[in-house]
Design a binder for this molecule. Structure first.
Ligand code: ADP
Length: 321
């Protein structure tokens, strides 16, 4: 292993830069050369490859987004695209690649490993929806960003005695919604994993809480359920209570990473380089039981994880007035 490449792929997440920095510096500390691949697999297929040294990654640990940028690349899903990508890696002397992204990006990394390029995946997504790991880079920053925004909506919701539906990201996973729901003391949390689409229950809960003297009502709605604006209209019509929807959107993906994100990203980046230097390939880095671990990509992609049931129960219990 002489030259290590690094790329970010799929959705961006705060902390990706900290991971890039760790890959570059750990590789250099082990005597390797490093190449940065811009715009994920798309940039790889376009040979958008730059030399990186310790200086290239100075002053980025605190920055959101990804300096290498990211993209989605349909061509890389084809065998021809994968063969071309491996050929380009060889032309640039890249023997191993660290891929920072989500499950889709890891599926891509496996294809590249099948073409003889050593690959290691690092979980970078705000959604926490990767089964082989208890932590994904970006989650902590995203939930803190969302929590602060929801606090602000709560202030005005209280003043105007409104129902507020706040839609948070998470794709088809409810982790961001669940964490914010607990952290923001929401009256209702709608998770794709558990929501039964019975709006009448929501309406009854709002009416019941009003009767008990609660003058505002926060509903955290997960992206995987969506339709917050139409839901707000229906709830207002049924309850007679002014109801507003706020969709937080992409603000949750940006911003300076928290300490937790910077540390996990730094550790996972360095761990990925260690794996490559030890001759490993086709692995995904994870964090489990206070340790950094790694799994075969195919096994990692086949794993499932559930939304924690106890956390769901407690979120409901604490919303009682
Ligand atoms: P994420 O990594 O966040 O899950 P995507 O699912 O969009 O994001 O995947 C990012 C990129 O990874 C895709 O644009 C594609 O180039 C590549 N990719 C995804 N799935 C596969 C697959 N099954 N085979 C090969 N490449 C894939």
């Amino acid at each position: 292993m002489d030259t290590i490449g690094v790329l970010t792929s799929g959705g961006d997440a705060p902390g990706m830069n900290a991971a890039i920095r760790a890959v570059v510096r750990q590789a250099i500390s082990k005597g390797k050369k490093v190449k940065g691949i811009k715009r994920g697999y798309e940039g790889l297929l376009q040979s958008e490859i730059i030399d990186m040294d310790a200086r290239t990654v100075a002053d980025i640990i605190q920055k959101g987004g990804t300096i290498l940028q990211t993209a989605r690349c349909p061509e890389f899903r084809t065998i021809e695209g994968q063969e071309k990508a491996a050929k380009i890696c060889r032309e640039h002397g890249i023997d191993g690649i660290v891929v920072i992204g989500g499950d889709g990006s890891f599926a891509g990394a496996k294809c590249l490993a099948d073409q003889g390029i050593n690959t290691i995946g690092i979980p970078g997504t705000i959604d926490l929806d990767i089964a082989c790991t208890e932590y994904t880079i970006g989650f902590d920053t995203a939930i803190n960003t969302a929590m602060e925004a929801i606090d602000k909506v709560r202030d005005t919701s209280y003043s105007h005695e409104r129902v507020s539906i706040i839609e948070v990201m998470g794709r088809n996973a409810g982790y961001i919604a669940l964490w914010c729901g607990i952290a923001n003391g929401a009256e209702d949390i709608l998770l794709p994993e558990t929501y039964d689409y019975d709006e009448q229950k929501l309406i009854n809960n709002i009416i019941e809480k009003r009767k008990k003297g609660k003058t505002h009502h926060i509903i955290i709605n997960a992206e995987g359920i969506g339709h917050s604006t139409s839901m707000a209209k229906r709830i207002e019509a049924a309850t007679g209570v002014e109801t507003r929807a706020t969709i937080l959107g992409y603000m949750q993906r940006g911003g300076s990473p928290t300490c937790t994100d910077r540390v996990h990203a730094s550790m996972m980046g360095a761990y990925a380089v260690d794996l490559l230097c030890n001759g490993k390939s086709n692995r995904v880095v994870g964090y489990k039981g206070d340790e950094y671990v790694d799994f075969d990509i195919t096994e990692a992609l086949a794993m499932k994880k559930d939304i924690p049931e106890y956390q769901c129960q407690i979120s409901k219990a604490l919303a009682l007035l």
